[in-house]
Write a protein that binds this ligand. Structure first.
Ligand code: SF4
Length: 300
């Protein structure tokens, strides 16, 4: 039963309160203590996904406006979906929080502050890293995540003069296998784990919000939430990209052709594209035709 009947009693006692305020007061109290800011400098890692946005929301709920000793950053690889860029900008606008948009650069200081307008949209930071390494990352060697995300943020914070800091990272309670990037300057804080937040809590939160990330959720996972053709995704997901976004898929195939290696041990992007051209949707709708297993997540 909806709590509207109890609201009428509450409204009788507090006639000036609106229904929304009354609902908030009747809602079960959430323990926000895991989200309280510690002393010293604090970095909040915003990946552009629903989970880390939820973490940011809870931090704002617990602390109010963020002090100057706090930085929220989004590291752009250039391979995010356009919806992610719009979502990051909207989070900042609606919640009144300044988000620093950063990108990897191959030359010192190895990062650049870019902002929404200046953000790369065609993989340029990732291109530059592959050109510098003359290699491709893969499941065993995820240096793209370290360089494009964790170290890019670190370089920016060190350039600001920070010596040590606390790093809020949005790893949930239902993904205990994920480990924070080891850093001699940063202490990882995982408030979602402490608060017992799972993907179901995050989805339920976004269903109640007036805006959301415009990328679909399938089995509790956001499709397109990592780099668009990330090698950690299942064969089926990467095959769907080549069907639905051939221009985006071609970026990954181009790099395999140029470097002469593949992102995955199991298949090349060219082979997967050819397979999809032969089999069409049959391959995606038939269980077992393509591997459905994800190979972990991008760790920031
Ligand atoms: S999402 Fe995948 S490809 Fe992109 S940086 Fe992370 S591990 Fe690398």
């Amino acid at each position: 039963m909806q709590p509207i009947q109890r609201l009428s009693v509450w409204d009788f006692l507090h006639p000036r309160k609106t229904e929304i305020e009354a609902r908030q007061l009747l809602a079960p109290k959430v323990d926000l203590s895991p989200y309280l800011l510690p002393e010293g400098h604090v970095h909040i890692a915003f990946s552009g996904g629903r989970t880390s946005a939820f973490m940011l929301h809870q931090i704002l709920e617990a602390n109010g406006d963020l002090p100057d000793r706090c930085e929220v950053s989004f590291q752009n690889t250039g391979r995010e979906m356009p919806q992610t860029y719009d979502f990051v900008a909207e989070v900042g606008r609606r919640w009144g929080v300044e988000i620093t948009w950063l990108e990897y650069r191959p030359d010192k200081p190895l990062f650049e502050v870019v902002g929404y307008q200046g953000a790369s949209r065609n993989g340029e930071p990732f291109d530059a890293l592959i050109a510098k390494k003359k290699a491709l990352p893969n499941q065993a060697q995820k240096w793209c995540s370290a360089q494009l995300k964790s170290l890019t943020a670190k370089r920016y914070l060190v350039a600001k003069g920070w010596k040590t800091w606390s790093n809020f990272i949005g790893f949930r309670a239902d993904e205990p296998h994920r480990n924070a990037f080891q850093d001699n300057r940063a202490r990882a804080i995982l408030p979602l784990r402490v608060a017992g937040v799972s993907r179901h809590h995050v989805i339920a939160f976004w269903q109640r919000q007036p805006f959301d990330l415009s990328l679909p959720v399938v089995n509790g996972r956001t499709i397109g939430g990592n780099c668009d053709g990330c090698f950690l995704q299942s064969e089926a997901t990467i095959a769907a990209l080549s069907r639905d976004h051939p221009a985006r898929a071609s970026w990954w195939e181009k790099h395999e052709n140029n470097v002469g290696h593949t992102f995955s041990k199991r298949f090349s992007r060219r082979e997967l594209r050819k397979f999809m051209e032969r089999q069409g949707d049959w391959a995606l709708s038939t269980e077992g035709a393509l591997c459905q297993k994800n190979e972990g997540e991008c760790t920031e």
